[in-house]
Each structure stands twice: as C-alpha cells, then as structure tokens.
Design a protein around this ligand. Structure first.
Ligand SMILES: *[C@@H]1O[C@H](CO)[C@@H](O)[C@H](O)[C@H]1NC(C)=O
Ligand SMILES: *[C@@H]1O[C@H](CO)[C@@H](O)[C@H](O)[C@H]1NC(C)=O
Ligand SMILES: *[C@@H]1O[C@H](CO)[C@@H](O)[C@H](O)[C@H]1NC(C)=O
Ligand SMILES: *[C@@H]1O[C@H](CO)[C@@H](O)[C@H](O)[C@H]1NC(C)=O
Length: 342
C-alpha cells in the first residue's frame, strides 16, 4: 500500500506545484511507517518475551510464573573434560548474560585469576544461554571467540533472560552431576560478586564442614512470598500457596556439596520450577529434608555492602556484592596492594 508513496518520496519532483502535495504525503507515510514499526516491535516483544519491563506482573496464564524445565537443552559451547582433567577441589559456576562481557573480563582479571584458579585447585566457568532479542546480534560470534581465547564458557541453547534464570541453575546442576562427580564442592556465584577464593577454600576444608547434603551461603529464612503484582517477584497464590518460602541460600553466592546436584534434580521432577531460582532450590531442599546451613561466620557473606569501601572490612569477607565491574576491579586491586589490610 505504501510502496508507491515511498517512490513518491524518493523521486525528485518534476514540477514545482506537486511538491507541496508530495511532502505532506511523505510526512504521513513516514509517520505511518514509524507507528507500524513501533507496533510490530512491541507485538513481537510481547509474543516472544511476554514480560513487561515494569509492572504489573499479573498474568492470566499461570505458565508465566514457571520456566520451561525439564527440557532437553544442549550445550553449544562445552568443556566436558575440564573437571576430569584438572581434578579441582571446587568448581565455581558464574551465571552471566551473553552481553555481560565486561563482567567476565573483570572476573578473569580479579578473583578468577586467583593463584588457586591458576594452579587448578579451583575451576571457574561462566554459564550462558542464548542471546535474547535484547542482546545485540553480533554477540554469538563474539562469545565463541571469547571462549576460544579463554576456554571458560559453557553455553546452553535456552534463551538467556531474567525470567529464565531457574533454567540456568538447573542446567548448571545437570552439568555438575554429569561432568564433575569426583569434585567435592561447587559454588554458584553471580557475576557481580567480589570473592575471596582462599577464604572460601579454607572454610570448606575445615574439618567441621559437612561433605554431604551440604548447602551454605546467606540463608534466607521465612522469606515472604510477594503478592504485590507491581513487584517483579510477584507470585500468585495459585502458583505458591504458602505465605513464606522454605529456607534457601540467596542466589548471589551459595556452595553445595557435590552429592546435591543429583538429589535436587531428582526432586525437581516432582516440583514445577518457578522463575525465582533460589527460592525454587529451597522448595526442592525442603522436600529432600536437607536444610541449608549458615556459614561459620555469616557476616562474611554480604548482600548489602556499606556505602563506602573499607579495606580492613572488605579483607574480612568471603563474598560481597559490587555495583559494577569497575568497582569489582578497583576493590580487588586495592585489597591486593602490599601492606597491612587493617
Ligand atoms: C593473572 O595473573 C598472572 C600472574 O599474576 C598475570 O601474569 C596475568 O596477566 C593475569 N591475567 C589476567 C587476565 O589478569
Ligand atoms: C537489556 O540489556 C541491557 C544491557 O545491554 C540491560 O541493562 C537490560 O537490563 C536488559 N533488559 C532486559 C529486559 O533483559
Ligand atoms: C526461556 O527459554 C525458553 C527456551 O529457550 C524460551 O522458549 C522462552 O521464551 C524463554 N523465556 C524467556 C522469558 O526468555
Ligand atoms: C582472603 O582471605 C584470607 C583468609 O581469610 C585472608 O588471609 C586474606 O587476606 C584475604 N585476601 C584478601 C585479598 O582479602
């Protein structure tokens, strides 16, 4: 319908009198085009993603609160023999979105390059899904190159998005169960965490630390289920009836003994996975009658850091959230400067 009009816009006006007519048509056509593009984009967005960026998060279709799991997802980037080759003491899995290149660079420069990682005692791997439509199209090639260079990316073929984080965690457990059975512990660590790997190993190697049915981190007890549809963690009672979640370690950083991946995966067959990744782990643990255990010094895991950096305080921590990759690098660099930390 608008094809001839576009022609009208591009052709040079032959005679002066038609010019005025042509330009208002151009404006109209341009306007219609913009409107069409915006609507098509919105339509595709809601069809593909179905999730608005701001509330309300109340959906007719209850499936919106669950994730597509179990499902046969495949690894398109894999390192199947890393665990059996390096025989690490611990594997640290870092879920990260494909576009978060800076976060991966920051980790590789800082705690991901700890001497315990370099000598193979700790294996650090990044876990990605497929770039969502939100990610730029060049991402996939870049990721493959990045993996060629660093050999540290696992990528599975589900769409990587906030609402799909539970899929990522379950895929992580599958990978650990299949590839790392002989390893003692695994940690799931978000990409914005500043980690003291030495301190984490020390804590795990303590003789009082259980080697089975062990899950630790910052444990959330009696966390209230959000019933406000303007909160992105909104869950309707039809999906989860209790008013509080069972105890679970906050998703930012938790550590599990290597017998747990298989147990959680078995139990997950009986509990439909909701999109809130860490609460879902709590739901599985509760049915398994495995209770998350607080670390010996819970204050060494920090979800709300103080407003200002303090070298002495940060040196006492095992895991603390940072606000961006630059902050992660600058804190880590400062902590590793010679001289007393306190
Ligand atoms: C990791 O540490 C080693 C030894 O300190 C250093 O030579 C190397 O450049 C570091 N790598 C990165 C990515 O920072
Ligand atoms: C889309 O990507 C940008 C960064 O490229 C990120 O800040 C934003 O949160 C993403 N949005 C969604 C809905 O994932
Ligand atoms: C989650 O991943 C599945 C499998 O790739 C996909 O079909 C679905 O659209 C994704 N959901 C979101 C919200 O990205
Ligand atoms: C990491 O933790 C160990 C053991 O608690 C401590 O001695 C060391 O100073 C910490 N390192 C940094 C960089 O904070």
């Amino acid at each position: 319908m608008y094809k001839p009009s576009i022609h009208l816009c591009t052709q040079k006006p032959q005679t002066v009198p038609t010019r005025g007519k042509a330009s208002w048509k151009c404006v109209l056509v341009f306007f219609l085009l913009v409107v069409t593009v915006i609507f098509t984009h919105q339509f595709i967005r809601t069809q593909l993603q179905g999730y608005p960026e701001s509330g309300p998060w109340r959906f007719e279709n209850l499936e919106s609160y669950y994730v597509s799991y179990p499902h046969q997802y495949n690894f398109i980037l894999d390192h199947p023999d890393k665990c059996s080759q390096h025989k690490p003491f611990m594997v640290v899995m870092v879920p990260v979105a494909p576009h978060q290149t800076e976060q991966r660079i920051a980790i590789r420069k800082t705690w991901g390059n700890d001497s315990a990682v370099r000598d193979g005692q700790v294996l650090v791997l990044f876990l990605l899904g497929l770039p969502s439509e939100n990610d730029s199209k060049t991402d996939q090639k870049r990721i493959e190159l990045e993996n060629l260079q660093h050999q540290d990316i696992l990528q599975s073929d589900f769409i990587d998005s906030y609402r799909n984080l539970t899929i990522k965690t379950m895929i992580m457990l599958e990978w650990l169960k299949d590839r790392c059975a002989q390893v003692k512990y695994a940690a799931k660590v978000d990409a914005d965490m500043l980690l003291n790997i030495t301190a984490m190993i020390k804590m795990l190697q303590d003789s009082v630390t259980p080697q089975k049915n062990y899950i630790t981190g910052l444990i959330s007890y009696e966390n209230v289920v959000i019933r406000d549809p303007y909160n992105k963690f909104y869950i309707p009672p039809e999906v989860y009836a209790d008013s509080v979640y069972p105890p679970y370690p906050l998703g930012m950083c938790y550590i599990i003994s290597m017998d747990l991946p298989e147990k959680i995966l078995q139990m997950s067959k009986k509990i439909k996975p909701i999109f809130i990744e860490d609460a879902y782990i709590g739901m599985c643990l509760q049915q398994l009658q495995i209770y998350p255990i607080s670390p010996p010094i819970p204050a060494r895991f920090v979800v709300k850091p103080p407003g200002t950096y303090n070298r002495c305080y940060y040196a006492s921590l095992i895991a603390v959230i940072t606000y961006n990759p630059d902050e992660l690098i600058s804190y880590w660099t400062d902590l590793h400067k010679p001289g007393p930390q306190c």
